[in-house]
Design a protein around this ligand. Structure first.
Ligand SMILES: Cc1ncc(COP(=O)(O)O)c(C=O)c1O
Length: 393
């Protein structure tokens, strides 16, 4: 049988996400390539208790069909957190629960992108977003990242000359680089978006994972009408529960509801109800502090080992999140390093798929949230061995 697939599939890059998940299941390999939260930090007992309470008190509604917008108490919880943490004027009406925040990327592109529409992104940028957007056949135009965020002149030129459907960025502890926008760049981005009526899609998957616990003001705070934000409980509570959300102006939410209904009717009500029960009956702040502490320790350890073992490799020094980006000296190729690493039973992620317009051959991403201290030491030594063997040193 000759299967004929839609032309939109031709535009999609080769999916690295599937390969990554496969790698993370091989017990021999110490993987710094994926993006899993540390398994031992998932509060299984707490979530089990929350689930038991939900089944006891509201099992029938939690197992029934529900509305497209998501569980109201959970949307209210998220809105209240935006108000108290960030001083935003969020209401539950502006928030929709999704099946992980990845679904927000797909549905946002579905409502805003026609074939050949320009979408702006950071360079490097989150590969899951590149993949999600690609199915709508955009022209992705990228703006180079500096240590302070996107290079502002290039950002401004993009907004003024290309009229993108939206700019997608990760101001807090970016994936893949771990860098954050400075406060000044956030304000500049907001100003430029206001002037050019550009939507700024702010993926805040890692905002709660600031090592110092200090909230960073989102771009949306300075340009509410331009700001679309997404968030997720995947990195803080549990990725398997698949709960993310979008926070956007009314007209965008209206369209979002329409495509969302067509896609999957509504978010998983059981998961949402359990998540809400967990958040409101357990010490969420205490849990977040624990997660931040472990990730900070891991991150420092990884940075120190990189400095000791691979002194000619430049790396970012994140202040939160789960990732850092390493750049090898001129002419070194991270695909060769990737292959050498697999022979040493360690995995890093070559940077290439994060560069929608090409480049990044000398970079690789390292995750510091999955492995424990012992595995990080062993894995970094294996990485150094691979680095030597692949002729990179
Ligand atoms: C920047 C970013 N956004 C969104 C996601 C999607 O996460 P989820 O769908 O689990 O919320 C990820 C996952 O790694 C991510 O790194």
């Amino acid at each position: 049988m000759d299967y004929h697939f839609a032309r939109r599939l031709d535009a999609a890059p080769e999916s690295f996400l599937g390969r990554l998940f496969a790698l993370s299941r091989d017990p021999e390999i110490i993987s710094f390539a994926g993006g899993l939260p540390m398994t031992s930090l998932i509060d299984v007992a707490g979530i089990r208790d929350a689930a038991a309470a939900v089944f006891a008190d509201e099992g029938e509604t939690a197992l029934q069909y529900t509305t497209t917008d998501g569980y109201l108490p959970l949307r209210e919880y998220i809105a209240a957190r935006y108000r108290s943490r960030l001083g935003l004027s969020a209401t539950a009406d502006e928030i929709r629960i999704t099946n992980g925040s990845q679904q927000c990327l797909d549905l946002t592109a579905k409502i805003l992108v026609d074939p050949c529409t320009v979408v702006g992104m950071e360079r490097p940028g989150y590969l899951g977003a590149i993949e999600a957007f690609s199915y709508y056949q955009p022209r992705i135009k990228t703006v180079p990242m500096t240590e302070e965020g996107p290079e502002i002149n290039a950002f401004s030129t993009l907004c003024r000359e290309e009229e993108p459907a939206f700019f997608y960025g990760i101001p807090n502890f970016q994936n893949p680089s771990g860098t954050s926008y400075s406060d000044a760049i956030r304000r500049e981005c907001a100003k430029c978006c206001r002037e050019t009526e550009t939507i700024f899609y702010e993926d805040d998957a890692f905002g709660e994972l600031a090592f110092d616990g200090r909230p960073r003001m989102p771009v949306k705070a300075f340009a509410p009408e331009c700001g679309v934000m997404s968030g997720s409980f995947s990195k803080t509570v549990s990725p398997g529960m698949r709960i993310g959300w979008i926070y956007a102006p009314g007209p965008i939410i209206e369209k979002f509801d329409a495509v969302r209904q067509a896609a999957d009717l509504h978010p998983n009500v059981l998961s949402q109800t359990i998540m809400h029960r967990y958040l409101t009956t357990h010490d969420y702040e205490g849990h977040l502090s624990r997660v931040r502490r472990v990730y900070e320790t891991n991150c420092r350890q990884m940075c120190d080992l990189l400095d000791d073992l691979l002194p000619d490799v430049f790396h970012t020094t994140p202040e939160g999140g789960m990732f850092m980006l390493a750049t090898m000296p001129d002419g070194k190729d991270s695909m060769a390093l990737f292959d050498a690493c697999l022979k040493e039973s360690v995995a890093v992620l070559p940077g290439v798929p994060f560069y929608a317009e090409g480049g990044g051959h000398d970079t690789f991403r390292l995750n510091f949230s999955t492995a424990n201290e012992e595995m990080i030491t062993e894995g970094m030594n294996r990485l150094a061995q691979a680095y030597r063997h692949c002729g990179c040193r």
